[in-house]
Design a protein around this ligand. Structure first.
Ligand code: BGC
Length: 632
């Protein structure tokens, strides 16, 4: 874990000055310097590392190299690096502008919106800025005043002095006035809707674009409440928490702190100079510098005479996660809270005969609907977890191959993000169901668990030492595709004799239909309404429970096959718990009691050896959704 000194990217917008070069030590060759992007992973202006073995990398390259963990747990809910920190030198007035919120920006710009905070580092006597409306205006008046250049008459002009803080929530109309130097901490976005530019022209001699329609859509037209109190912080919102370090040299000359695994810490030096120490790294700093401590950097010590802003990312309470369980016939989606409760759910038909893109579009749109139907914005959602049948390359978010969906090399995570731009994780469906049962269901508390799902296919999920085991390469854990009868029944995977071809619900239905060919008198025929096409995985059990001989034979045979597979897996893994899920698991103890009888003697060491508990899943249809949500 590291202490990094960063070098900014520069912006020469027309209203900028020279103060960042002359007073804030920026090494810049150009004429005008309006902004320096001091902590940035934004492609429009990255920050660069200047010290240590990674000097020369951009901060984003550093994160890619060491993984998102360097940002801390609280950043997992952000798809991208969450913030952007700048110095701004306004020699002239900035345009009057507004930023959209996440919901609007994601829909219209494919970027996050922007909430920001300004810290006034310096200003001339009489400097002021615009901050919201002075009085309530309706949309028509707002539009008219933009047109006839009288907008500033109804804006709230705020005189400022060094050290003032203004919190600008998305939707607040604002403009930095001339002769002000500001430190700005904002969401990582570059979306601005300009409504008035004082009739100026850009570098190309043409008036700069205005974005009036969009601004009319997003602007909050009620006057701002006076002042916010974020004590003890100077700003604290869903996106950032900002504190001020004041080493005045008289009462305080040294500050100690610690950076844990929850968030990185950024230090922006406003005034003075000093030294910072973290582990074996010690750096000097001066006014205008930007320092970055990765999450889990541990204890640090700042000494000197200086003022700095320290920015971290806080935990957001009550975030929900969207769990998606893609099946051959239906896609189930649920909103899962911190306590692993499913607070809302929906389901859409998969219709997998369509292209993967069409299926994913439906899933994305249904996910957005589920959020909005529950009055939740996309930023209330920490991320999207998906369980999908088949071989999943979880690192790249790709479904490599799905026998059940007919998919090959489908970029599921990337496609889904077009509709749900959130952190997205995908895994095999049965793996995800096992995770669900382990965190909130039948296997809660157990560290070593094997689960199989008996549905259209036969899925396998393995948990070793509390962690989902996928194998070193994509495609591990396919327990259904292990052969129990050489040259046996044809499996959907192309091989013959797989456990799936004998013990999935599909196999049971096939065997029950076959039995009806020679025993049409069986009760199962009546239960199918005299048409074997109506056979399902429940009928053989229902008829067997009523003593129907044919059904009993089908079910016994089915349990024998299933038992072979279960005993094989016990011999390999000896888990503490063996969980049976999927539609057939609804048979509960009727199934597990019979299964235990056949499995015990087949296990290595026999019935007296240490045998896992064999039980049916508790979460029923929800295991996939809850497990998927727990990928986030
Ligand atoms: C697939 C697995 C899947 C299982 C359950 C099998 O046919 O090959 O990947 O986990 O069905 O859906």
């Amino acid at each position: 874990m590291a202490l990094l000194k960063l070098k900014p990217s520069f912006k020469d917008y027309i209203w900028g000055g020279r103060r960042l070069v002359e007073e804030y030590n920026k090494e810049y060759d150009g004429e005008i310097l309006a902004e320096s992007w001091e902590l940035s992973c934004h492609p429009d202006g990255p920050s660069y590392i200047t010290n240590g073995p990674d000097a020369g990398l951009t901060l984003q390259q550093y994160i890619d190299k060491y993984g998102k963990e360097v940002l801390g747990r609280n950043c997992r809910r952000f798809q991208e690096f969450p913030i952007l920190i700048k110095f701004i030198d306004a020699k002239d007035n900035l345009s009057i502008q507004v930023h959209p919120d996440n919901r609007y920006a994601l829909e219209h710009e494919g970027q996050y919106g922007k909430t920001e905070v300004w810290y006034v580092m310096d200003c001339k006597e009489g400097a002021f800025l615009y901050y919201g409306f002075a009085k309530e205006v309706d949309k028509e008046e707002f539009a008219r005043r933009i047109k006839d250049n009288t907008l500033t008459e109804v804006l709230n002009a705020v005189p400022v002095k060094k050290g003032d803080v203004l919190f600008i929530e998305a939707g607040t109309i604002h403009a930095i006035g001339k002769d002000i130097v500001i430190a700005e901490i904002q969401q990582n976005s570059n979306v601005t809707y300009r409504v008035y530019d004082y009739g100026r022209v850009g570098k190309d001699g043409k008036p700069r674009d205005l974005h009036v329609e969009k601004a009319l859509d997003v602007t909050n037209r009620t006057p701002m409440p006076k002042g916010q109190n974020c004590s003890p912080h100077i700003a604290d919102c869903d996106y950032f928490t900002v504190d001020k370090l004041n080493l005045d040299g008289k009462t305080v000359q040294r500050v100690e702190g610690s950076v844990d695994g929850s968030s990185f810490a950024s230090l922006l030096i406003l005034e003075g100079e000093g030294r910072i120490r973290n582990g074996n790294t010690e750096l000097s700093f001066r006014k205008g510098d930007s320092l970055f401590l990765t999450a889990d950097s541990g204890e640090f010590e700042v000494s000197g005479v200086c003022q700095a802003l320290m920015t971290t990312i806080g935990k957001k309470e009550n975030m929900i996660r969207l769990g998606i369980d893609i099946g051959g016939t239906a896609v189930k989606m649920g909103l899962v809270n911190d306590k692993n409760e499913l607070i809302a759910q929906t389901s859409i038909p998969t219709k997998s005969e369509r292209t993967a893109q069409e299926v994913i579009e439906d899933i994305g749109k249904a996910g957005l609907r589920l959020l909005s139907d529950n009055d939740l914005t996309i930023d209330a959602c920490a991320g999207v977890g998906v369980g999908c049948p088949g071989t999943v390359d979880s690192k790249n978010g790709v479904v490599v191959y799905s026998n059940n969906l007919g998919w090959k090399d489908v970029e599921l995570a990337k496609e889904l993000k077009k509709y749900l731009p959130l952190p997205t994780e995908i895994r095999n469906d049965a793996t995800v169901a096992a995770l669900g049962e382990a965190v909130a269901g039948a296997a809660k508390g157990a560290k070593d668990v094997v689960m199989i799902t008996l549905g259209t296919g036969l899925g396998g999920g393995i948990i070793i030492d509390g962690k989902v085991y996928e194998g070193g390469l994509a495609g591990g854990g396919e327990l259904g595709h292990t052969v129990i009868a050489a040259g046996g029944e044809q499996c959907t995977c192309g091989r013959k004799g797989c456990l799936e071809a004998y013990a999935s619900a599909t196999a049971l239905i096939r065997d029950a239909r076959r039995a009806l060919e020679s025993h049409p008198e069986s009760l199962m025929m009546e239960m199918c309404g005299q048409d074997p096409a109506n056979m399902n995985g429940k009928i053989p059990f229902d008829a067997a429970k009523l003593g129907d001989e044919t059904a009993l034979a089908v079910v016994d045979q089915y349990i024998e096959y299933l038992g072979i597979g279960v005993a094989n897996f016990i011999n390999i893994f000896r888990p503490e718990q063996f969980i049976i899920g999927g539609g057939i698991s609804k048979q509960g103890t009727y199934l597990t009691d019979a299964l235990k009888k056949v499995v015990g003697p087949m296990c290595f060491g026999g019935e007296t050896s240490a045998l896992p508990e064999i039980k049916t899943a508790l979460l029923d249809n929800s295991a996939g959704m809850i497990g998927a949500a727990n990928l986030i």
